[in-house]
Structures are given as C-alpha cells and as structure tokens.
Design a protein around this ligand. Structure first.
Ligand code: KG4
Ligand code: ZN
Length: 337
C-alpha cells in the first residue's frame, strides 16, 4: 500500500510517498528565506508560500517515487496543530486528490507524526518513553501504542526549539537558529557560562524562558559579543541538553521503561544526540533518534502515521478540519498496540 503524505502545518512545504516498510520519496521545500528577515514565521506569508510551493513539491515527490497520483492507495495530511492558514493549503490539496482519484483520506496530528516518526524507518516495541522537542513543543510521553499517549509533562513557557531560535537572534545568528547554534557551539566551551537549569529537579515540567532571559542579560553585559558568541552558544545548548537528558532518563527510570525515543526538530541537535545516547548507555536504556530528515518537519512521518491509522481503523473524518490546537490526548486511540 502506497500512501501520499502532505505536511504544511508551519513553514515547510513537504510531500512524501511511503510504502509499508519503505520511504519512496520525502521532499521538503523550506521557506527559511521568506521568514529570515522577520526572525520568525509570519503566518500569512507562510500560507501564501505554501500555495506557490505545494504543486512543485507534489510533482517532485511523485517523480522521485516513480509513481503517478492515481497509483497512490491513500492520502494522509496534517490537519493540526499548526497555523490554520497553512494547514488549509495541505488540506485543500489532499481533498482534491482524494476526490479526483477516489482515494481514502486521513487527517494526521503533527505531534503524533513527530512522536512516531522513528517507526517509519525502524521497528521499536511499545511501550517507550517519547520526548518531542520541536519549535512549538517540548513534551514527555509514555507511548503505549498508536493513539495511546500518556502526557507526563510539557513546557510551561517556551518550547526548546523556540528557545534555540530566540537565543540565536540574541547572538546575531540567522533564522532558524537551532542549526546555527549547534554548529557554532562546536567551537565553544559548554562550561564557560553557568546558565540556569530550570526545573531540573522538578518532575517532568520544562521551562526555558528564564534561560533565554539569562542569555539576554549576559549579552547585555558584554563589551565584545564576537569573542564570546561561541562560548555562550555552547553554554546555552548545554543547559537545554542537560535538562532534556535528565528528565527523559528520569521518566524511563520511574516508569521502568527500557526504551526512549527522541523526536522533533531539536532531536537533530548533535550535542543532544551525543549526550542522550551516552547517558542511555550508562543507564542500560535503549535510546533511539530518527535520522535527521525525519526529525525536522517532513511528510514521511505524516504518511507513516496515516498508513498506521488507516490499517488500524483509526482514521476519523472529524480529523479533516484544520486545528490550531490539538493535544495528543484528543486523537483517536486503539485498544491494541
Ligand atoms: O519539528 P520542527 O521542524 O518544526 C516544529 O514542529 O516546530 O522543529 C523546528 C525547530 C526550530 O526551532 C529549529 O531551530 C530547531 O527545531 N532545530 C534545532 C536543530 N535543527 C532544528 N535545534 C537545535 N539543534 C539543531 N540541530
Ligand atoms: Zn514539527
């Protein structure tokens, strides 16, 4: 069964083709150049750019997979959470294709796409601890099966990716800043500045806005940002990574789960991958990260979640309306894993 996945929830226009065990194509058209001058995503501009990019992206994905649209067996599309003006572009294309080619259509929760992305390339038995760290979310779950997600805790303010982007801006780095900080931090000293590790000992809640303010204060005090930039980037990144590692490992320990999956854009961070894998090894915990292209926004994860939902009878017509807010507690769930 071949599923065509469509993702337009924020600022990446993405189309993928997924067959049961293989990703046949995954094309992501970035809009970074549109939003870079503003230092963040401008919803109306994002919606317009999706409209320009969606058909060339669809064409590129079909060509790469070597299929025509009528050879797809189903369509999966992100219907939330996200920017409604952006979601509508993907949903309109998905509805048109499903109507024209009489294909089943399934709406997918973007967070579920991230949380389960690794299963698009690797089999991992349930249950596992799932940490989603992206531009919009920082949430820790126990994943018991498709649709069976127990939220342990989430951020009280900024998401980890949002903190990376805001701190990058403070340091005068281009948008989006996560990748930039990751690269710059390699030349800096992670112990140069002792930034706060907010809520480190406090259960499974996260907070990153105090850390962001601490970086701001530090930058304000500096005479010469140029010579300190790499050390600040490395020290900031270390503070984020330490909290994420400590809480994810605590969840695995407290709930006696032998597996941990980390996903979302920040899961592409090299220091997080390195430290989490090392900490997991010390603790006898199997730690899994999706490959880089499956961490940041992509449509292969949406195609995969759509395929699983269809095969398990979990596709819900109510999921075809765009939703700005859609916690995972609201997705349809299966009694079986
Ligand atoms: O999952 P994603 O592509 O979109 C959302 O659903 O939000 O995540 C985007 C976020 C951005 O904040 C970006 O700066 C961050 O992921 N990011 C990174 C890295 N690559 C992307 N953060 C830290 N290190 C990276 N290498
Ligand atoms: Zn995302």
């Amino acid at each position: 069964m071949k599923v065509l996945g469509i993702e337009t929830s924020c600022d990446e226009t993405a189309v993928a083709v997924k067959e049961e065990s293989r990703i046949l194509a995954s094309v992501v058209a970035s809009q970074d150049e549109v939003h870079a001058p503003f230092g963040g995503v401008v919803p109306e501009l994002a919606g317009r750019r999706h409209l320009e990019l969606i058909l060339p992206t669809l064409r590129a994905a079909l060509d790469r997979a070597g299929i025509s649209p009528d050879q797809a067996d189903a369509i999966a599309v992100t219907s939330g959470p996200g920017l409604v003006v952006c979601l509508l572009v993907g949903l309109s294309l998905a509805r048109a294709l499903a109507y024209a080619f009489r294909l089943p259509l399934v709406g997918v929760n973007h967070l579920e796409g991230h949380l389960m992305a690794i299963l698009a390339e690797k089999e991992i038995p349930f249950p596992f601890v799932g940490l989603v760290v992206s531009g919009g979310h920082t949430s820790l779950y126990i994943v018991e099966g498709w649709g069976r997600y127990r939220l342990l805790g989430q951020t009280l303010d900024d998401a980890a990716g949002e903190a990376f982007d805001k701190v990058a801006k403070l340091l005068g780095l281009p948008y989006p800043g996560g990748r930039e900080i990751d690269a710059l931090a390699r030349t800096g000293d992670p112990a140069a500045v002792a930034f706060p590790r907010s809520l480190l000992k406090d259960g499974f809640k996260f907070s990153f806005s105090g850390l962001k303010t601490a970086v701001l204060r530090r930058v304000e005090q500096l005479r010469d940002l140029d010579s300190a930039r790499a050390d600040i980037a490395a020290s900031f990144q270390e503070a984020v990574v330490e909290v994420l590692v400590a809480k994810a490992l605590r969840a695995a320990r407290e709930f006696r789960l032998p597996r941990l999956v980390v996903s979302g854009g920040v899961a592409a961070n090299s220091r997080l991958r390195e430290n989490m894998l090392a900490a997991g090894q010390n603790a006898g915990l199997a730690v899994h990260f999706p490959s880089l292209g499956l961490c940041t926004d992509n449509a292969a994860m949406i195609a995969h979640a759509g395929l699983e939902r269809l095969q398990r009878g979990l596709a819900d017509p109510a999921d075809l309306m765009p939703r700005a807010v859609w916690p995972l507690s609201g997705v349809r769930s299966s009694h079986f894993t």
